[in-house]
Design a protein around this ligand. Structure first.
Ligand SMILES: [Zn+2]
Length: 288
């Protein structure tokens, strides 16, 4: 079954064409196995969030040890999905950090709007001037460089969906609640604050060869393969790798790249790991 990231007409009305709902802050696994990373976090205090600049030599904090290439844990995606109640959602205290981690258990403040959003000068598969074209400046600059790199290799990447405001996500979520019910909404749409797109550091990327869709098969296209192979050189990671649902809370999304800076990106991608594991925010569930 293909993973689709968008397409409901009603949602298009809310977000404009090619509105995104998928794990890109939206739905979870296409296999119907809601995989909330309950393991990720409630026990991690917000003060331990990765606020440090990874290019500087960290010292003695928990976050610094997580940045060490030798101490970042390897994959242990063995935890089982458990209950998806809201009780484990932690408020993110450093939403402006380029290394901020937002996920189903770590919500961004409702009033957080990045103050440096710009539209990268890259191709989009639509004409509308909408908020989702935007990224924070550092991410936008890096995206332009990455797309230019792909172009040099004869491939054309398209930016589909970047920044998404809390208000937009709330509208999207409420739309689901109203039309599909709370249970469906909680399963297929990210709760406001929990979409990484609100950080302004994530972009969904596609290609003509993938029909500009955000689906798993993008990962098998020349553009998708190039993206996975080269994104770290520009400071991006494939945020939701294959087989890491229990860690990230999302099924494989070869189209969703997240800017974290070259140092972290290269370490994460070289290890084939996730940001949660890299920052030791994911702990295998126990007692369930
Ligand atoms: Zn996305």
């Amino acid at each position: 079954m293909k993973k689709k990231c968008y397409t409901m007409a009603g949602i298009t009305a809310v977000l404009g064409t090619a509105a995104i709902i998928g794990g890109c802050g939206g739905s979870s696994s296409s296999k119907g196995t809601e995989a909330p990373p309950t393991a990720i976090v409630s026990s991690v205090p917000s003060t331990s969030e990765p606020t440090l600049d990874p290019t500087k030599t960290p010292e003695s904090t928990a976050a610094s040890s997580a940045i060490s290439p030798t101490s970042a844990p390897t994959s242990k995606a063995t935890s089982k999905p458990t209950d998806s109640s809201n009780s484990s959602i932690t408020a993110v205290a450093n939403p402006e950090s380029l290394q901020v981690i937002a996920n189903k258990n770590r919500a961004l403040p409702s009033n957080y709007i990045p103050d440096d959003l710009v539209e990268p000068n890259v191709p989009f598969p639509y004409k509308e001037k909408v908020e989702k074209r935007k990224l924070r400046k550092a991410a936008a600059d890096a995206l332009e460089e990455m797309f230019a790199g792909a172009s040099n290799d004869g491939l054309t990447l398209y930016a589909v969906s970047g920044y998404r405001s809390y208000a937009t996500q709330k509208s999207l979520y409420n739309h689901y609640v109203e039309t599909q019910g709370e249970e469906h909404a909680s399963r297929y749409s990210a709760k406001p604050g929990t979409s990484e797109h609100q950080t302004g550091l994530a972009m969904d990327v596609s290609s003509q060869s993938a029909g500009f869709q955000l689906e798993e098969n993008f990962g098998t296209t020349p553009e998708g393969k190039w993206l996975a192979a080269h994104c770290a050189e520009y400071g991006f990671v494939i945020r939701y790798p294959n087989g890491k649902e229990n860690i990230t809370g999302y099924a494989y999304e070869p189209w969703h790249v997240r800017y974290v800076g070259k140092d972290v990106a290269q370490q994460v991608m070289a290890k084939g790991t996730t940001l949660e594991e890299f920052y030791q925010l994911a702990v295998p569930a126990s007692g369930n």
